[in-house]
Design a protein around this ligand. Structure first.
Ligand SMILES: O=C(CO)COP(=O)(O)O
Length: 125
């Protein structure tokens, strides 16, 4: 499965912790990420990650283009709801495209848990 991973700065440690918990799942997937998030994941887990540009420099839009081309199956995006982002329009556009193409997108850890639970079950079937 092709999974996109994104985290705003204050949520990056949370994403790495989440990945540690679910490492057995993530090591069997093809991973994509925005630039800085991807760098942190590679450094922390050693897993291969296809890195896009950093979010503020167009990375969310790159992931959005992959969604539009049906090249992403699921997005886990740990958003920071308490900090203004200079590239908020890009974030909104990515959320919109995930709705257009019906791609599961988890914006917090609780939803990510639920999505992974579903994906691991459907993978086994
Ligand atoms: O800003 C982001 C998503 O909107 C994340 O980008 P980075 O992974 O480059 O920090």
């Amino acid at each position: 499965m092709k999974i996109a991973l994104i985290a705003h700065d204050k949520k990056k440690d949370d994403l790495l912790r989440f990945m540690d918990i679910h490492l057995d799942f993530f090591k069997n997937q093809e991973l994509f990420a925005t630039g800085t998030t991807g760098g942190r994941i590679i450094e922390h887990t050693g897993l291969p990650v296809n890195r896009c540009k950093s979010g503020p420099l167009g990375g969310d839009q790159e992931i959005g283009a992959m969604v539009a081309n049906k090249a992403i199956d699921c997005i886990i995006f740990f958003r920071d709801p308490l900090t203004a982002q200079p590239h908020e329009p890009d974030v909104t556009a990515l959320l919109r495209l995930s709705d257009v193409y019906d791609v599961p997108l988890a914006t917090n850890e609780g939803t990510a848990e639920a999505v992974l639970y579903h994906l691991t079950r459907t993978e086994r079937e």
